[in-house]
Ligand binder design. Structure first.
Ligand code: C5P
Length: 289
C-alpha cells in the first residue's frame, strides 16, 4: 500500500532571535507562513524492517540524517510499532539550504502521513510534540498556515492568514548553514529587531501593506558577506514592484510579496535568468484549522 502527502515550504514574515540558552538553542520570535511550493512524498511498506529514503536529489542522505527518516523512526517508536519497514520517496522541489524548512517540512509530512496510515493514532498537538524531537521547525510544519513561533520554534500560536498575494522566491547559487549563521549572530549582537507586535496587529487588520513594511529578519544584519547578494535580490524584488522583501530563515532564499500576478511572474522570470532558482507561489492555509 502506498500513501502520498505534500510537504509545504515555509517563509519567515519576520525573524527575531533573543538570548542563547543553556542548551545551546536560541530564543526565537518568528512569524511563519507556509506557501504552496511543496515537495511530494510517498511512503510504501517494506518487508525488511528498515526505514530508508530515496529522492530525486543525489546529495540528500537516505538514512536517519534525513529528517524524514528520523521522523518515521520517532513516530513508530512513539506508537510502539516494531519491525515495520518503510521506504520514503521524496520528490524535492523546495530548494535545499534555502531557509524554507524543506527538510523539516518533509519530516512533518511523514508524521501526518503515518498518522493517517495508522488511523489517527495521535492528535495534532501530540504530533507537534513528536515533531520537536526531530527539529526546531518541524512542529510548525505539522499544520503550517500562519503562526507565531517562539521558544526553540516549537511554541506555536495560530494567527490570522496572510492576505491574498503572490510571493516570488529566489535563491542564489550558494546555500547557508543554519548553525554557522547562529554562531555569527552570537558574536554580533542584534542591533535592530522586527516590530513583531506591529505585524500581529497588521495580520489582524488584514493589512498586507502594513505587514510588508514591517517584514524583517535579524540574520540579514550579522555581517556575512553573502548578505550582499541577498541585498541585491531584495532590491531587485522592490524594483519589480514588491511591497516588501526579506531573506527567509537563515537563507539563502529571499522572497518578495506582490499584489499583481503579472508583476510577480515578470520578477520571477527575470530573476530566474540570473540566479539559481526563482518561482512564484502563494500563501497556503493551515492543514489542521
Ligand atoms: O533544531 P534543529 O536541529 O533544526 O537546529 C539546527 C541548529 O540550529 C541547532 O543545532 C542550533 O545551532 C541552531 N538553532 C538555534 N536555536 C534555535 C533553533 C536552531 O541555535 N531556536
Amino acid at each position: 500500500m502506498e500513501f502520498r502527502e505534500k510537504a509545504y515550504a515555509k517563509l519567515n514574515i519576520s525573524l527575531d532571535v533573543g538570548a542563547r540558552r543553556a542548551d545551546g538553542y536560541h530564543e526565537m520570535n518568528m512569524v511563519m507562513q507556509t506557501v504552496k511550493l511543496c515537495d511530494e512524498l510517498s511512503v510504501s511498506t517494506t518487508e525488511d524492517g528498515q526505514i530508508s529514503a530515496r529522492s530525486n536529489l543525489r546529495f540528500i542522505p537516505n538514512d536517519e540524517r534525513n529528517l524524514a527518516v528520523k521522523a518515521a523512526r520517532v513516530f513508530l517508536d512513539a506508537a510502539e510499532i516494531s519491525g515495520q519497514g518503510l521506504l520514503l520517496t521524496l520528490h524535492k522541489r523546495i530548494p535545499v539550504g534555502a531557509g524554507m524548512a524543506g527538510g523539516s517540512s518533509d519530516a512533518a509530512a511523514v508524521l501526518r502521513l503515518l498518522n493517517r496510515m495508522y488511523e489517527d493514532r495521535f492528535t495534532r498537538s501530540e504530533l507537534e510534540k513528536l515533531a520537536e524531537q526531530v527539529g526546531s521547525d518541524v512542529a510548525f510544519c505539522v499544520s503550517g498556515g500562519t503562526a507565531l513561533a517562539r521558544g526553540r520554534g516549537e511554541i506555536l500560536e495560530d494567527l490570522p492568514p496572510l492576505p491574498d498575494c503572490r510571493i516570488v522566491v529566489c535563491k542564489p547559487e550558494f546555500s547557508i548553514s543554519t548553525p554557522e549563521l547562529f554562531k555569527k549572530l552570537d558574536s554580533a549582537p542584534v542591533r535592530h529587531h522586527p516590530d513583531t507586535a506591529g505585524i500581529l496587529k497588521a495580520l489582524g487588520d488584514g493589512d498586507l501593506r502594513a505587514i510588508c513594511r514591517r517584514m524583517y529578519n535579524v540574520f540579514e544584519d550579522v555581517g556575512d558577506r553573502r548578505m550582499r547578494t541577498v541585498a541585491q535580490i531584495k532590491s531587485r524584488m522592490l524594483d519589480y514592484g514588491a511591497l516588501g522583501s526579506i531573506m527567509t530563515g537563515t537563507g539563502s532564499a529571499v522572497f518578495g510579496v506582490f499584489t499583481e500576478e503579472a508583476a510577480a511572474d515578470k520578477a520571477a522570470e527575470e530573476l530566474r535568468g540570473e540566479y539559481r532558482f526563482a518561482c512564484v507561489t502563494e500563501p497556503m492555509p493551515g492543514l489542521f484549522l
